[in-house]
Design a protein around this ligand. Structure first.
Ligand code: CP
Ligand code: NVA
Length: 299
């Protein structure tokens, strides 16, 4: 049975922390892993656009001695065939599959149909590869994860869900501020509350008080464009800006792409506190470790 990563709830805390350790080791000495996936192929299926996910997986696979193939959902026969049949074919060609899909349920169908690992490269519900890179970045910058406080301001979306799950696996507490209608899903909150303190509020000042990390993401995720106007109005009081962070010494994080002047100001995104490009780079190191873990390759 192949191991999949659809959400971080698929990992134990020990596994999650060991992937972070391996990510750091790979980042330190990439040359040691240059043949770790020689002869292996990663198939990357995209139903939505991407910069970081596509490139970090593709370049990461090359650096491990393997090969990555990009498949655009729209121009493939995923538009014609049954999802389980098309997926079974991918699994006959590739050693590992990464997919970015609209509906998380489609990833569940793919994982059931696939004899090789399926990685979630973003769905409406979760973005686990992002959270792996985020926790790696926090550990690099602050040296520890346990007992840290992470605040997420804005939409309780896919990125927020995976970050909360990652904090739970790493023992960091989590506070969230956003309009009540857009709070994170109950199942994710329930999972996190089993191991960490989780606070949900509609007051961004309360959420960032004492935080080691302040994180935000777009107010309009891919596929939600029709709701733009309503969302921009609802989220404007939750902008991560100079006034909100006046007394804060927190790291500032964003998964990118950022909408400058909306969820975050230029001044904050470009400030010394911002680690957004380290996060983007760490996608590659973390995903290299994740692929080795899922394929059971012991470096
Ligand atoms: N953060 C992230 O997943 O970026 P892309 O959408 O560009 O892949
Ligand atoms: N929440 C955003 C993240 C993009 C990386 C989206 O789903 O579009």
């Amino acid at each position: 049975m192949a191991r999949h990563l659809l959400t971080l709830q698929d990992l134990t805390s020990k596994e999650f922390l060991s992937i972070l350790d391996l990510s750091a080791a790979i980042k330190r000495s990439p040359g040691k892993y240059a043949k770790a996936l020689a002869g292996k192929s990663l198939i990357m299926l995209f139903q939505k656009t991407s910069t970081r996910t596509r490139l970090s997986f593709e370049v990461g696979m090359t650096q491990l001695g393997g090969h990555a193939v990009f498949v655009d959902w729209k121009t493939s026969n995923f538009t014609l065939g049954a999802l389980q049949d098309e997926t079974r074919c991918l699994a006959r060609y590739g050693d590992i599959i990464m997919a970015r899909v609209n509906r998380h349920e489609d990833l569940v169908i793919m994982a059931h149909a696939s004899s090789v690992p399926v990685i979630n490269g973003l769905s409406d519900a979760a973005h686990p590869c992002q959270a792996l890179a985020d926790l790696l970045t926090i550990k690099e910058k602050l040296r520890s994860l346990k007992g840290r406080k992470v605040a997420f301001i804005g939409d309780g979306n896919n990125v927020c869900h995976s970050l909360m799950e990652g904090c739970a696996l790493a023992g960091a507490s989590f506070s969230f501020a956003g309009p009540k209608e857009y709070w994170p899903g109950d199942d994710v909150v329930k999972f996190a509350k089993k191991s960490i303190d989780v606070r949900l509020t509609d007051d961004p000042k309360e959420a960032v008080r004492g935080a080691d990390v302040v994180y935000t993401d777009t107010w309009v995720s891919m596929g939600q464009e029709a709701e733009s106007e309503k969302r921009l109005q609802a989220f404007m009081p939750y902008q991560v800006n100079e006034a909100l962070l006046k007394e804060s010494k927190a790291l500032v994080m964003h998964c990118l792409p950022a909408h400058r002047g909306y969820e975050i100001t230029d001044g904050i995104l470009d400030s010394h506190a911002s680690v957004v490009f380290d996060q983007a780079e760490n996608r590659m190191h973390a995903q290299k470790a994740l692929m080795l873990f899922l394929l059971g390759v012991k470096p």
